[in-house]
Design a protein around this ligand. Structure first.
Ligand code: NAD
Ligand code: UDP
Length: 342
């Protein structure tokens, strides 16, 4: 993986200076959705910090290429499995990353998305209960919907349409959080809920459909950069290494630290600003074109990360331009490779 020096600093600061990450108590870890963009980085980090990893994935949006380099490691195992069906494995900890995350992907099969988030979470919670395992949920800033307050703190209850095209994902994730907290209250389950804000980096798919991958691929091909709507809507982008470091820190907190905790980078950009930066960093000739706005598209998104700072000692380190350069280098490599093989 290509990393900038600042990115390496982020990893070092957030992970290696935290000795309890080498805890032996949570040795065997299941990563549901482990062949996806974020899940594969998490598998890598868990293996690098002395854990045994069982990666479970139905490969619907994930790819074997993301984890190919891990197959030969003795402490890594992969099982192709849909979390909507029950599973039984011996584990000390579970990360639930299993869900499509890109709007085109989750809207392509809305009922499947809803049930992956509701039934999948339920199955993993039952597994955690049987094994007395800690369970960590990859929740999302989408639980805040189109927020009426900014930045978003964890005590904001959100502004979500229950009937729009994003609802299968937003309400699925909200319901998953509900189940996590009910299992915690009813059975004393050790839960940890992280709300991830837009995260980007190497291993995103070129055809994933999210904004960073779309803009970079379009810029590298000198094709028009497609801005949906005015482009004045904002997002706050976190580099993958920073985010994954936060998850490891969260895993190793005491059981009373349940979250929800926001994990994201508070630097807020408009989509026009993002497009212009990517055009500059790729030295692209792409024009910017405006297309129809997406229905129910949140207009502002920015995390308040004071809880993550206080409870995890976490903050992001990777500057947006360093993270974009690293991601551009990744896409440049895979597009060249694809072109050479055609
Ligand atoms: P991704 O699509 O690359 O990864 C999701 C993984 O889950 C894929 O490998 C996919 O094959 C797997 N999966 C989907 N449905 C499954 C099922 N029913 N059974 C088993 N596996 C299944 O997306 P990502 O960006 O890596 O997101 C990972 C998690 O983080 C998701 O839960 C997503 O909601 C959450 N999240 C991501 C972001 C982000 O910006 N990347 C933001 C908020 C939340
Ligand atoms: N977006 C865009 N052009 C694209 C893809 C997305 O302008 O080619 C916009 C989208 O409308 C949204 C923002 O970029 O306002 C972030 O979209 P993304 O799908 O990455 O994530 P999410 O909407 O889930 O935050």
């Amino acid at each position: 993986m290509t990393r900038t020096n600042k990115s390496k600093k982020g990893i070092t600061e957030n992970i290696l200076q935290f000795p309890s990450n080498r805890s032996k108590k949570l040795k065997k870890v299941l990563v549901a959705g482990g062949a996806g963009f974020l899940g594969s980085h998490l598998c890598e980090l868990l293996l690098a910090t002395d854990h045994d990893v069982i990666c479970v994935d139905d490969l619907s949006t994930g790819r074997v290429e993301n984890i190919n380099h891990l197959f030969d490691l003795p402490n890594f195992a992969f099982r192709r499995h849909d979390v909507r069906s029950t599973l039984n494995v011996k584990v000390d900890a579970i990360f639930n990353f299993a869900s499509p995350a890109s709007p085109p992907a989750y809207q392509a099969d809305p009922i499947g998305t809803l049930f992956t988030n509701i039934i999948g979470a339920r199955n993993l919670l039952e597994l955690a209960r049987r094994r007395d395992a800690t369970i960590v949920q990859a929740s999302t800033s989408e639980v805040y919907g189109d927020p009426l307050v900014s930045p978003q703190r964890e005590d904001y209850h959100g502004n979500v349409s229950p009937i729009g095209p994003r609802a299968c994902y937003d309400e699925g994730k909200r319901c998953a959080e509900t189940q996590f907290f009910d299992f915690h209250r009813l059975f004393g389950l050790k839960i940890k809920v992280a709300r991830i804000f837009n995260t980007y980096g190497p291993r995103m798919r070129p055809d994933d459909g999210r904004v960073v991958s779309n803009f970079i691929v379009q810029a590298l091909r000198n094709e028009p950069i497609t801005i949906y709507g005015s482009g004045l809507q904002t997002r706050s982008f976190c580099y993958v290494d920073d985010l994954i470091g936060g998850f490891l820190k969260f895993l190793n907190t005491s059981p009373d630290v349940t979250g929800p905790i926001n994990l994201g980078n508070p630097t807020e950009l408009t989509m026009i600003d993002l497009a212009e930066r990517i055009i500059r960093l790729t030295n692209s000739k792409s024009p910017i074109v405006h297309q129809l706005a997406a229905v129910d598209d949140p207009q502002r998104r920015r995390p308040d990360i004071s809880l993550a700072a206080a409870q995890l000692g976490w903050r992001p380190y990777v500057d947006i331009e360093d993270g974009l350069l690293s991601t551009i280098a990744y896409f440049d490599r895979i597009l060249r490779h694809a072109a050479a093989n055609n």
